[in-house]
Design a protein around this ligand. Structure first.
Ligand code: CUA
Length: 176
C-alpha cells in the first residue's frame, strides 16, 4: 500500500464517522422536540427552585454575618481605653505599647509607612482574633479587648514583599 494513502484513509474515515454522528443528532433532534419539552420544563422548574433556595440562603447568611457592621461602632468601648499606634514598615511593626491588661479595651490606630500591610492579632495557638488593613495615608481603628492573659502575636496578613513573613511582633497581656 502506498505509504501516503493510509493517513488519508484514516482521516477521511474519521471525518465520515464524525459527520454521520452530527447528521444523526441533527436529524433525530427535529423529530423528538415534543418528547424533550417535558424534560426541559421539569429541569427549568428545578433550576428555578434551586435559584430561590440559594438566593434565600445567601440573603439570610449575609444579613446574619453583616448585622454588626461597622464593627467599630458596635464594639463595647467603655472605661479606660488604651490607645496604641501601630505602624507597618517593610518589614517590621512599630507599636508604641505592647503590654496590656485583661479586659481593658485597646484601640489600635493602624497605619503603614510604605505599602499595604495587614494587621492581624493572633493568640499563642496562632488563631486569628482580629484584623484590619494597615494602609499608607489612612488610620484604621481596630478595637480589641484581650480576654485571657498570655502572649499574643501580630502578623502581617498582606503579602508586602521579600520579608513579609518576618513582620511579627509580640504582645503581652497580664491580669494586672
Ligand atoms: Cu507586611 Cu506582609
Amino acid at each position: 500500500m502506498n505509504p501516503t494513502f493510509l493517513p488519508w484513509l484514516i482521516t477521511i474515515t474519521c471525518l465520515l464517522i464524525v459527520a454521520s454522528a452530527f447528521t444523526f443528532v441533527i436529524s433525530s433532534s427535529r423529530t423528538r422536540n415534543e418528547d424533550y419539552d417535558d424534560i426541559v420544563k421539569r429541569s427549568y422548574k428545578f433550576r428555578k427552585i434551586f435559584f430561590i433556595v440559594f438566593l434565600l440562603g445567601g440573603i439570610i447568611i449575609t444579613s446574619l454575618t453583616m448585622k454588626n457592621l461597622p464593627y467599630d461602632a458596635h464594639a463595647k468601648v467603655s472605661g479606660d481605653v488604651i490607645k496604641v499606634n501601630a505602624t507597618g514598615h517593610q518589614w517590621y511593626w512599630d507599636i508604641d505599647k505592647t503590654h496590656f491588661i485583661v479586659g481593658q479595651p485597646v484601640i489600635f490606630n493602624v497605619t503603614s509607612a510604605d505599602v499595604n500591610h495587614g494587621f492581624g492579632i493572633y493568640n499563642d495557638k496562632l488563631t486569628l482574633l482580629n484584623q484590619t488593613q494597615a494602609m499608607p495615608g489612612y488610620i484604621n481603628k481596630l478595637v480589641h479587648t484581650f480576654d485571657k492573659p498570655g502572649k499574643y502575636k501580630i502578623l502581617c496578613l498582606e503579602y508586602c514583599g521579600l520579608s513579609h513573613h518576618a513582620m511579627v511582633a509580640e504582645l503581652t497581656v497580664t491580669e494586672q
